[in-house]
Design a protein around this ligand. Structure first.
Ligand code: AR6
Length: 183
């Protein structure tokens, strides 16, 4: 059984073996959590973008990713928090609009990262609220999709035991807790 927990904090310091990046298709890491991870990992975002693009070419043989495809990069400076890998995945762009297509794209993005975590043989993985920032998807729907997708993954999981959804702001954390009826 895989457990799913809501946490509050900065994912760049979150003690999970893998953290997930809410990336764009080109792994440009220009803003939001992507920029924060890139800067914290390599000391300079430009360098981590270079490393990410090179990893994408090596792992997938191309220079952009689709929903469900993921790229893994080393945690570099984040190893000091126990983080070993960064898994890059791309969620849907919503611009405030939510529908079944967005949900399916987000499900694929989450599932791709979870399956990669299993492949890497790790037990704990932390996600940011993919697509709920610059990509403008409603946080409540993102949180519900996370819960459902982790439940789905639970049936096939081999080694992953704990999945965290890490919310950056207190407001987002409270919204997530309320959405799942956790108190
Ligand atoms: N720790 C945890 N969560 C964070 C952190 C952090 N340090 N910083 C921000 N968040 P976003 P998206 C939250 O915009 O919507 C980038 O430019 C934030 O509050 O980072 O998937 C990429 O390169 C929000 O709830 O990702 C793409 O171009 C959540 O992380 C694009 O943004 C996701 O917000 C992706 O947009």
């Amino acid at each position: 059984m895989v457990s799913f927990e809501i946490a509050r904090g900065d994912i760049t310091h979150f003690p999970a073996e893998a953290i997930v990046n809410a990336a764009n298709r080109y792994l440009e890491h220009g803003g939001g959590v992507a920029y924060a991870i890139a800067k914290a990992a390599a000391g300079n975002a430009r360098e981590y973008i270079r490393i990410s693009k090179e990893a994408m070419r090596e792992q997938l043989g191309k220079s952009s990713i689709e929903h469900g495809e993921v790229v893994v990069t080393p945690a570099m400076r984040l190893e000091e928090y126990g983080i070993r890998y960064v898994i890059h995945t791309v969620g849907p762009y919503c611009g405030g609009v939510w529908d079944d297509d967005k949900k399916e794209k987000l499900r694929k993005a989450i599932l791709g990262a979870l399956r990669k975590a299993d492949e890497l043989g790790i037990k704990t993985i932390a996600f940011p609220a993919i697509s709920a920032g610059i990509y403008g998807c409603p946080l409540e729907e993102v949180v519900r999709t996370f819960k459902e997708t982790v439940e789905e993954f639970s049936k096939e999981a081999k080694g992953v035991e704990k999945v965290y959804l890490v919310l950056y702001s207190g407001r987002d954390y409270r919204t997530a807790v309320e959405t799942l009826g956790l108190h």
